[in-house]
Design a protein around this ligand. Structure first.
Ligand code: PGA
Length: 244
């Protein structure tokens, strides 16, 4: 269960969140918990999460090791700040900051080089779904992005299916719609990396996941976890998602 805080919370608010959240999930050994706060809060988050099952992730990662890349954060910087994961290719990065499947692949490769787990996001926009192009869009995002990884690299990534029309809109995909999309993605994985890889890869669903819809989503065998935006900002609400 991963939380994406987007551009919310200061370091002080991060510490307050973790102090409240940590005891609520202390007994949760059945799932991996990752919270991805803004870069400036990573160290604060890692400090309060230390010794707990909660992992910390960045919301992006540069493809380069270091250099003249204003505004970017490298893998070694993320690790030094205590991160173990990095979200890559979130639709907001694609929509507002020019992220492409090619740059998503480079960023995922960089994460893997540093031993960070990339959570690679894919998903169709509303007009693409309405035009009946969902499967085509997912296949293209897979082919031009994730498919560029080696088999060994692929074994270490997490995929997140996030239909853009469901993000922050309150419109969750029905469990069936989400499962259908996951099947398309898993089918692409099977064709490129084999049946075992397809069975093993974790595919998260993201888009208006809340404490009251997580159970129905997770009842779909295709859905291995969730990537949660808005509902991860509140300790009690994200804890109830983790502990569903
Ligand atoms: P949401 O965001 O849960 O607020 O819809 C999900 C995401 O963008 O990862």
């Amino acid at each position: 269960m991963a939380g994406n805080w987007k551009m919310y919370k200061t370091p002080a608010e991060t510490t307050a969140f973790f102090e409240k959240f940590r005891p609520l999930v202390e007994k949760s050994e059945h799932c991996e918990i990752v919270i991805c706060p803004p870069f400036t809060n990573l160290s604060a988050a890692a400090a309060v999460a230390k010794g707990s099952p909660i992992r910390i992730g960045g919301q992006n990662i540069a493809w380069a090791k270091e250099g003249a890349f204003t505004g970017e954060i490298s893998g070694s910087m993320l690790i030094a700040a205590g991160a173990t994961h990095a979200i890559v290719g979130h639709s907001e990065r694609r929509q507002y900051f020019g992220e492409t499947d090619a740059s998503v692949l480079k960023r995922a490769q960089a994460a893997l080089e540093y031993g960070l787990t990339p959570i690679v996001c894919v998903g169709e926009r509303l007009e693409e779904r309405e035009a009946g192009r969902t499967a085509e869009v997912l296949k293209k995002q897979f082919a031009d992005g994730i498919a560029g990884l080696t088999e060994q690299q692929f074994a270490k990534i997490v995929i997140a299916y996030e239909p853009v029309w469901a993000i922050g809109t309150g419109k969750t995909a029905t469990p069936e719609i989400a499962a259908d999309a996951h099947r398309v993605i898993r089918g692409e994985v099977a064709a490129k990396f084999g049946k075992d890889a397809a069975a093993q890869v974790r595919i998260l669903y993201g888009g208006s996941v809340k404490a009251d819809n997580v159970k129905a989503l997770m009842a779909q065998p295709e859905i291995d976890g969730t990537l949660v935006g808005g509902a991860s900002l509140d300790a009690v609400s994200f804890a109830s998602i983790v502990n569903f």
